[in-house]
Design a binder for this molecule. Structure first.
Ligand code: ZN
Ligand code: ZN
Length: 417
């Protein structure tokens, strides 16, 4: 353990070390001799060092970390020429894709300031995001196709903590956010690795019930919401740990409370309202209201960030269609914490949600052996983006619709029926 980083931060060093251990042993299940690529905000350096230690203890071949710095990002918006905003580091993502093709695992440490770009020109933000999404595609495909074991964890970055707890002094905000991350990631328990095994078993029970039911659609009803989400042909529900194509069973998201599957890209009808604000690449999009026809968003409004939302929807044809639907009980520990994290990794695990854009091929029966054309034929969506947003609350009911039209209750007032 690095003593210096303990003194500088209010974050509990023992729990931080356990988080690093859980990332390596549960999140990644890093294998002996496997390389690891980490991306992290510069502020997460103390956690990166601990993860690197645990990775080498687990026998990692080589650990390589890429840092992003918020001040440097803002310097681009303040001083870069206009043409800068259509550029992205494609060479870096091609290198990452190559590392994954050669067997490396991937760890992303989240914790960026959700409001970093809130006062920047939305057109520049959208251009930079699009250029980045296009450049990122070769690496993202390896992740969304689940070719490799991968994991996301979070670090209580002070700039993020101040957004979550705006009324607290910075030290206290960081401490509170850190404790919330530790609890949600189950590293405040005596044996986090065993706790994750138990949690994974519970999530597997939910997915196998849904897989047994073989609903053809889910119907969401609640305030501002009457939405029928057709499910893809041969869809499969997943939750918790699952096995990547490289044969390694990992937990991609820590925390995770969801069971999720693939909607049919052409069979979503009705309207839906978001139940939590969505933090997207440094801007906040709130009170989203959209209407679907034949799977496509034909109308989109938001009380805040509407311009960013509409630009996101214009990314490509698949950006207006769904790639994921996920069920999370309202009583999930993250939801019960009452904290709005402004971070999708947490907020999506506090609420049922849908995602615009790319689907996960593993959410099909026999998904690993399906071609892109077969996935499309079964209703799987493709896009440069994958953006989850929250539509569940204790006022939303969900019914499963069977192929013969009969209904079964799935959730009532936000809880499993
Ligand atoms: Zn999800
Ligand atoms: Zn998602």
């Amino acid at each position: 353990m690095n003593i210096q980083s303990e003194i500088k931060t209010a974050v509990d060093p023992i729990k931080l070390d356990k988080l690093a251990e859980v990332a390596v042993k549960v999140g990644l299940q890093l294998k002996h001799d496997q390389d690891l690529v980490i991306t992290a905000p510069l502020a997460a350096l103390p956690l990166v060092r601990l993860v690197t230690k645990h990775a080498y203890l687990a026998g990692a071949g080589l650990v390589t970390t890429f840092y992003a710095d918020e001040e440097s990002t803002l310097a681009r918006y303040a001083h870069a020429s206009d043409s800068s905003f259509d550029r992205a580091s494609g060479w870096l993502y091609e290198g990452m894709a190559k590392a994954y093709a050669n067997g490396a695992a991937r760890l992303a440490i989240a914790g960026d300031n959700p409001m970093l770009l809130a006062s920047q020109d939305p057109a520049k933000v959208a251009r930079a995001n699009k250029a980045n999404s296009m450049a990122y595609k070769p690496a993202l495909e390896k992740i969304s196709n689940f070719d490799i074991n991968w994991n996301i964890i979070s670090y209580p970055n002070p700039s993020w903590a101040k957004v979550v707890f705006p009324d607290l002094p910075e030290d206290e905000a960081v401490f509170r956010l850190a404790e919330a991350i530790f609890a949600a990631s189950r590293v405040d328990l005596a044996d986090p690795v065993a706790a994750w095994a138990q949690h994974n078993a519970n999530l597997a029970k939910r997915s196998s019930w849904l897989n047994g039911e073989r609903f053809s659609a889910l119907q969401f009803t609640g305030p501002g919401t009457d939405l029928t989400v057709g499910l893809a042909d041969g869809h499969e529900w997943h939750g918790g740990a699952s096995t990547a194509k490289n044969g390694i069973t990992c937990n991609p998201n820590i925390p995770t409370e969801e069971v999720f599957t693939t909607p049919h890209a052409l069979k979503v009808e009705g309207h839906v309202s978001s139940t939590k604000p969505l933090s997207h690449q440094g801007t906040l999009i709130d009170n989203i209201q959209v209407r679907f026809e034949s799977g496509r968003i034909v109308e989109a409004k938001a009380s805040r960030g509407e311009e960013v939302l509409n630009r996101v929807l214009d990314t490509d044809e698949g950006a207006r269609r769904l790639g994921e639907v996920a069920l999370v009980p309202h009583s999930s520990p993250i939801s019960a914490s009452g904290i709005l994290f402004y971070n999708t990794l947490f907020d999506e695990n506090a609420s049922c949600h849908i995602a615009l854009g790319q689907c996960y091929s593993k959410c099909f029966l026999d998904g690993a052996s399906l071609s892109q054309d077969q996935i499309k034929a079964q209703g799987g969506n493709s896009s440069l983006i994958h953006i989850d947003w929250m539509i569940g609350s204790d006022k939303v009911d969900i019914d499963g619709i069977r192929p013969d039209g009969s209904k079964a209750p799935v959730m009532r007032q936000g809880e499993w029926a």
